[in-house]
Ligand binder design. Structure first.
Ligand code: COA
Length: 374
């Protein structure tokens, strides 16, 4: 019989600072009014377009987001800066991203009843890494005292599920017994705080999961991974062109197209049906239907997307208990959203209950795990 692989621990770490919609809108609108005043003549003669104002009511209605966590609040709301102020650390100090990764990893290891010596590999999987090399995962590995190996992966919104997918395969192939997957989503440096359409979308967080062989799992809450499923379909509708080529391209490495930008409405329309179909097919592989599933830990980009996907799957609205929403508090945390939902809403499930953990977004990428509580 093939080896049974389980998720035995999950950790969620959030920064101490928050920004409410009202604070964010107040800062943006002050910046926009000042821009419009300074460029009044060019706006009047048509050379420039006036910056439109943002609204907290719009943000909550269009996305469900009420606030977000931020790693360093200083600078992000300052209209003369409009980006967080995070001092660079010297090369002998633990990097910012490794620090938040370690914080989430420790929580996941504690929940899984595991220590560093039990772990064979570390995968850091997220939307951005703060440097190209050495891998953040190797820094985390050293900080936690883990033998074996580590590597980084970038899969935008699906980095967490795709990372768990890799861990599953590494254990299934016998190359590892226990793998730590960490998603340090330090996304605030990539937010364009001067763009009304996207300034509200993201928040910082770090999540981690422990995957291991069922034989070694001793945690209180253990979830059998029935299988993993991944799908990608190329689209530029969610994009960041930030990268090392800017230097050779002779372009501004921080121009608007180098930060997060998207065609939000198109994404909404195209990704919802893809995600619903993907989940349905994944469940069918196990002769399950959406009606058999007790919990939906879905990607957390927009509450209206999750409502629509659940309606397509269930033919009715899912209750808050069935499909927990965390984006009101955390906003879109790139790949970490479905893992936060899992981390905060899994302990009440009963043995034999089914859950689906699913991400969807940039790439496009969709990743899912069908889980069954042991
Ligand atoms: N405040 C006030 N008005 C705003 C605004 C803001 N912050 N941002 C946009 N608007 C305006 C738009 O300019 C537009 O005005 P118009 O009708 O005069 O042109 C109107 O509100 C509607 O904008 P639209 O972009 O169509 O809103 P929406 O309902 O699609 O919601 C998103 C925008 C981004 C919340 C939504 O499209 C979304 O979440 N899409 C999915 C994105 C996603 O999952 N991305 C994954 C990223 S990892």
């Amino acid at each position: 019989m093939a080896e049974q692989i389980v998720v035995s621990g999950v950790g969620v770490w959030n920064p101490e600072f928050t920004i409410t919609n009202e604070e964010l809108v107040n800062s943006y609108n002050t910046w926009a009014n000042s821009y419009n005043e300074v460029h009044k003549a060019q706006i009047e003669n048509g050379e420039l377009t006036a910056k439109p104002l943002s609204s907290a009511e719009f943000i909550e209605k269009a996305s469900g987001i009420k606030q977000r966590y931020i790693y360093q609040k200083d600078g992000a709301l300052d209209i003369d800066r409009m980006r967080p102020n995070i001092p660079e650390r010297d090369e002998n100090t633990l990097s910012d991203q490794a620090q938040i990764a370690v914080a989430a990893a420790k929580k996941a290891l504690a929940e899984a009843n595991k220590s560093a010596s039990d772990v064979d590999a570390v995968i850091v999987s997220c939307a951005y890494t703060q440097r190209a090399y050495p891998a953040i995962a190797i820094e985390v590995q050293q900080e936690l005292g883990i033998d074996g190996f580590g590597f980084d992966m970038l899969v935008a919104c699906s980095a967490a599920t795709f990372g768990m997918h890799r861990a599953y395969e590494m254990i299934a192939s016998g190359n590892a017994r226990c793998v730590l997957v960490i998603n340090p989503e330090l996304v605030s440096p990539q937010i364009n705080y001067t763009d009304r359409d996207s300034h509200f979308i993201f928040g910082d967080v770090a999540t981690a999961t422990v995957l291991e062989s069922a034989e070694t799992a001793s945690a209180e809450h253990v979830y059998e991974v029935l299988s993993t499923k991944a799908l990608t379909k190329y689209s530029s509708n969610i994009r960041s062109n930030f990268g090392y080529m800017s230097r050779a391209n002779d372009v501004d490495p921080y121009g608007p197209d180098k930060l997060f930008h998207q065609a939000g409405r198109k994404v909404f329309k195209e990704v919802c049906p893809l995600a619903a179909e993907h989940i349905e097919q994944h469940l069918a592989k196990h002769e399950l239907t959406p009606a058999n599933v007790q919990r939906w830990w879905l990607h957390q980009a927009n509450i209206n997307m999750n409502t629509l996907i659940c309606k397509r799957l269930l033919g009715r609205e899912a209750s808050a208990e069935e499909a927990p929403i965390v984006l009101d508090e955390y906003a879109n945390t790139a790949s970490a959203g479905s893992v936060i939902a899992f981390g905060l809403h899994h302990k009440d499930l009963k043995s034999g209950d089914y859950g689906v953990l699913c991400s969807f977004g940039a790439g496009y990428s969709i990743g899912s795990l069908v889980l069954k509580k042991r």
